[in-house]
Design a protein around this ligand. Structure first.
Ligand SMILES: [Zn+2]
Ligand SMILES: [Zn+2]
Length: 287
């Protein structure tokens, strides 16, 4: 008689028992996440109101009537809670057959999910572990955008258990040399991810507007101000590639080179020259 191992639906480890969907590690991660939302839910919700009160006071009580009453400033947090976080928590609670009629806050929802007896046996749990992992990262950024300034290393190159590209945004604290993906569990050295990101950015044909390039660089963890990018464009350092909705477009790889050249983190000037030659050669072969 053979005992077959049942694997975790989120990583390669075996599950702790036949009925459980996750391994011990992933179960703990889910519990931690739900605890975090339970604890932090009130902070997230207070964040909308704080912004609103602040504006209302500045406007002297808003006596001029509704038409001129200020809107809550923190609409980003409001949208996040109402269109992302809460719908997912309601969805998860529904999968667990939790009665949600009296549940209104993030804390109440997270608490009820955590208290569910069949949490770890439920088929939806692995998927919600992934969803909640991403939502927590977003929530933390919204609460404190400056918090610890993690270094973003770009999308995870790993694969999830159902063979889908993982693409979770990987980040590390300064000084860390390796990272374990919270979604697929794969491990990477920071150097390998940096190199991969550099290659992806240099090999890319993507062109975009200044706003688009700013965003794409930020997604890769390269924080360059829009004004800086505009300055490069004005000086002709960023050659114009075309136009999109009335805005000039530029090549992402050009902007990437300029952005990293001005950073001290680039250790060798020869590296840059090699990059530049590489991209120029590519350009020639395209023409
Ligand atoms: Zn696992
Ligand atoms: Zn991953």
């Amino acid at each position: 008689m053979t005992t077959s191992t049942i694997r975790c639906c989120n990583c390669v480890n075996p599950t702790s028992s036949k009925t459980k969907k996750l391994c011990t590690d992933c179960q703990r991660r889910l519990t931690d996440l739900l605890e975090w939302f339970d604890r932090t839910g009130p902070d997230l919700e207070a964040n909308i109101n704080k912004a609103y009160r602040h504006t209302a006071n500045n406007q002297g009580g808003g006596g001029a009537g509704r038409a001129t009453a200020p809107l809550p400033v923190n609409t980003v947090m409001f949208d996040f809670l109402e269109t992302e976080l809460k719908p997912e928590l309601y969805g998860y609670a529904t999968c667990l057959q939790v009665n949600t009629i009296h549940l209104h806050t993030v804390r109440q929802l997270a608490h009820a999910i955590r208290a569910n007896n069949h949490l770890m046996e439920n088929g939806a749990t692995p998927e919600y572990l992934r969803i909640l992992t991403k939502l927590r990262i977003k929530a933390e950024q919204l609460l404190d955008p400056e918090q610890d300034k993690p270094i973003i290393l770009g999308p995870c190159p790993g694969y999830t258990r159902d063979n889908q590209p993982c693409n979770t945004s990987l980040r590390v604290a300064d000084g860390q040399t390796s990272v374990k993906c919270p979604t697929c569990g794969s491990e990477w050295t920071v150097n390998a991810l940096r190199e991969r990101q550099r290659q992806l950015l240099l090999d890319t044909d993507i062109t975009s507007t200044i706003t688009g390039i700013h965003q794409k660089l930020a997604d890769c963890g390269i924080l360059t101000g829009k004004t800086t990018i505009r300055k490069w464009a004005d000086r002709g350092q960023l050659p114009i590639q075309g136009e999109q909705d009335g805005h000039k477009t530029y090549r992402l790889s050009d902007a990437y080179l300029l952005a990293t050249r001005s950073k001290r983190s680039i250790d060798s000037i020869w590296h840059l020259i090699a990059e530049r030659n590489h991209s120029e050669e590519q350009e020639k072969t395209k023409q």
